[in-house]
Structure formats: structure tokens, C-alpha cells
Design a protein around this ligand. Structure first.
Ligand SMILES: [Fe+2]
Ligand SMILES: [Fe+2]
Length: 185
């Protein structure tokens, strides 16, 4: 998905778009794999882990920042995250047989919902970040994202607060839009 928002590769917007691209490739491969194969089951597990990680990173880095510039969009997006988290937790609970029709249907629902949510992020959320924050701020934020991603635990949903991770402080997480930017909108 070529977006107007891709201007700086390693800023917060760039790293999120990279993650989206990677997830969309996984979804395409998963859709093409024949049903009831071991590979499809393994791919489902991998996708669920990658989605859990992406969800965790966005909730830590993207949405506290977005909240300061667009409450309504943030509220809708976090609803979508909570719905995805519920589906992910059910899929990870072990209550569903990964070979079952119920599991396949839940995976399909999750992927459809996430694809729709990514479109919202790419066309509505991410362009607003570029509008309200400087390149330097977004690059710093992108570096923090990569750092957190590299040291994320196996199940990020069970992780301690991000500020407890090495080298990332609460102050670094608190990014504020420039006052003149906000007053201009
Ligand atoms: Fe998201
Ligand atoms: Fe996303």
C-alpha cells in the first residue's frame, strides 16, 4: 500500500508502515496456504504473535501521542485494538483446536478486522502525526519503537510497563505536539 505518509523511513510513521507491510504479506501467505495443513497452523501462530506485538507497540507509542491531537480517532482506533486483543486472547487461550473450523473462522475475522483498521491508521491516523510533530520528534519516537520491539518479551501482553525496559524513560514516552501546530488546527 503506497501511502503519502511515507516520507522518512525510520520515523514513527515509517516503522509502523513497515510493520503493516510485513503483516499484510503474512496475511496474503496465510490466505494462499491450503486449509488444514501444518504450515497453515504454524503461520496462524506466527501471525497471532506478530499482531500481539504490533498491538502492544502501538498502544505504548502511537495512541498516547494521538490522544493529544485527535481524541475521537484515538477512541475508535483503541476500540478496534480492544476487539483484536479479545480475538487474540481467545486464539491464544488453548481452548480452541488450531485445526478446527472455529479457529479458522476466528483467524479470518481477526485478519479482516485488522486489515480494515490498518487502512484507518494509514489514511487517517498516521498523516495526522506527520502534520503535528517534527521530523526529529518522530525519528526519536521511531527509534524508541525499534528499541522496544527488539527487547519485547515473547508475550508482550504480559510485559511490565514499557518505561521499565532498558533505556526508555517515561519522559521519552511523553511526546507533545508543538503548541503552534495545535493552535493552527
Ligand atoms: Fe493499530
Ligand atoms: Fe497498526
Amino acid at each position: 500500500m503506497a501511502m503519502q505518509t511515507r516520507a522518512v523511513e525510520n520515523d514513527l510513521v515509517g516503522v509502523i508502515l513497515d510493520d503493516h507491510q510485513h503483516l499484510l504479506e503474512l496475511f496474503r501467505e496465510f490466505d494462499c496456504e491450503k486449509a488444514k495443513s501444518k504450515r497453515k497452523t504454524d503461520m496462524a501462530k506466527h501471525i497471532i504473535k506478530q499482531l500481539a506485538l504490533h498491538d502492544w507497540l502501538e498502544v505504548q507509542f502511537l495512541y498516547p501521542t494521538m490522544q493529544k491531537i485527535d481524541c475521537t480517532a484515538t477512541h475508535h482506533a483503541l476500540d478496534a485494538h480492544m476487539e483484536a486483543e479479545t480475538l487474540i486472547e481467545q486464539l491464544l487461550s488453548g481452548d480452541m483446536d488450531p485445526e478446527s473450523e472455529a479457529f479458522r473462522e476466528q483467524m479470518s475475522t481477526l485478519i479482516t478486522d485488522v486489515r480494515r483498521h490498518m487502512m484507518d491508521e494509514e489514511f487517517n491516523i498516521l498523516p495526522q502525526l506527520r502534520k503535528h510533530f517534527t521530523v526529529t520528534e518522530l525519528v526519536n519516537r521511531g527509534e524508541l519503537w525499534e528499541k522496544a520491539k527488539a527487547c519485547a518479551p515473547q508475550n508482550p501482553r504480559l510485559a511490565p510497563a514499557l518505561s521499565l525496559h532498558q533505556g526508555i524513560t517515561a519522559a521519552q514516552l511523553d511526546l507533545n505536539p508543538a503548541a503552534d501546530e495545535l493552535s493552527a488546527h
